[in-house]
Design a protein around this ligand. Structure first.
Ligand code: PRP
Ligand code: ZN
Length: 300
């Protein structure tokens, strides 16, 4: 079993909002996996990396205990785990390494639509149903509010109808679940998105090298997400103005054009999206033959 110890494991949500984006991200890092989502483990075919497909709530714990070396999960779940560990007197053994700009949602307090809410004081001496006990307690403590969290592992939004709570504290993404249950959002506790976490448990040199490699690839994939490669022709005299119009670019490549003394070709990587307005401004500054290409891979 020497072999299996040198493989790294990445924890990914089994089914839910983050699943497809997470797997897509890893595939863009070059990982080929057997795609059966019914399995607990998906084996990497071309790299020594396996995916553990689990409930999102279990991901920080798996990374904390180095059952998995990396995990892709919502910040909300990570922060909840961190607070639970703190409340038990231990420190989290994981750290955030990337924000992924998908899985955006927020942890909010909501109330039946006929509730009068005049700020956090309205929560005093109420019952609040949630599966985020740690984050809710933290919010209540920071605001000096005495209220009673009521733990619900799921279907939090029906708690007020059941007479079990006055408020709920749950994730809101589109807001459809709240609306369907006659609830109105009254306070936002945390803005969340998917993040990558890495274990702080020391690894063997060999395993660490593998983790570093996948982190470098993730970094490259995330950096090119909005990057574009732009090519254009321009009068030499307009060079300074054109450079200033290129969004988020470092030193562009400037090349002479065969058979033309006053025109040059400019190639540049723009680290921000290039919009039509930018192209129109470049054209107005004298640029011609403009071409914008997506960047597939980048290695600094
Ligand atoms: C959350 C939350 C709500 C729903 C809100 O659950 O518990 O039920 O999403 O989304 P909406 O505002 O778009 O309607 P999620 O699907 O993330 O599942 P989980 O909390 O069980 O992981
Ligand atoms: Zn969950």
């Amino acid at each position: 079993m020497e072999h299996s110890r040198q493989r790294i494991k990445i924890a990914v949500q089994k089914t839910g909002r983050l699943t497809d984006h997470s797997i897509d991200l890893l595939e863009r890092c070059g990982l080929k996996i057997t795609k059966s989502k019914d399995q607990l483990i998906c084996y990497g075919e071309n790299m020594p990396i396996d995916l553990l497909l689990v409930r999102d709530d279990d991901i920080p714990g798996l990374v904390n205990d180095d059952v998995c070396d990396l995990g892709i999960v919502g910040l909300n779940v990570v922060e909840e785990k961190r607070l639970q560990l703190e409340q038990r007197g231990s420190n989290a053994r994981f750290k955030q390494i990337f924000e992924l700009d998908f899985g955006h949602c927020r942890l909010s307090i909501a109330a039946p639509s006929d509730t009068e809410y005049q700020g956090p004081d309205s929560l005093k001496n109420t019952n609040i149903a949630t599966s985020y006990i740690g984050l809710l307690r933290d919010y209540l403590n920071k605001n000096g509010i005495q209220a009673e969290p009521v733990f619900f592992s799921g279907a939090v939004e029906i708690a007020p109808k059941l007479g079990r709570a006055d408020f709920i504290c749950d994730l809101v993404s589109s807001g459809a679940t709240l609306a369907a249950n006659g609830l109105t959002e009254v306070a936002v506790l945390l803005e969340s998105e998917a993040i990558v976490i890495q274990t702080l448990v020391p690894l063997s040199a060999e395993k660490q090298a593998l983790v570093d490699k996948i982190i470098q690839r993730l970094d490259g994939v995330l950096k090119v997400r909005d990057s574009k490669y732009i090519m254009l022709h321009a009068p030499r005299a307009a060079l300074a103005e054109i450079r200033s119009l290129l969004p988020g670019s470092e030193a562009p490549t400037v090349m002479p054009l065969e058979g033309s003394d006053d025109k040059v070709a400019i190639h540049a990587v723009c680290r921000e999206n290039v919009f039509w307005e930018t192209l129109e401004n470049l054209k107005a500054a004298g640029a011609s033959s403009l071409l914008v290409l997506p960047v597939e891979k980048m290695l600094a």
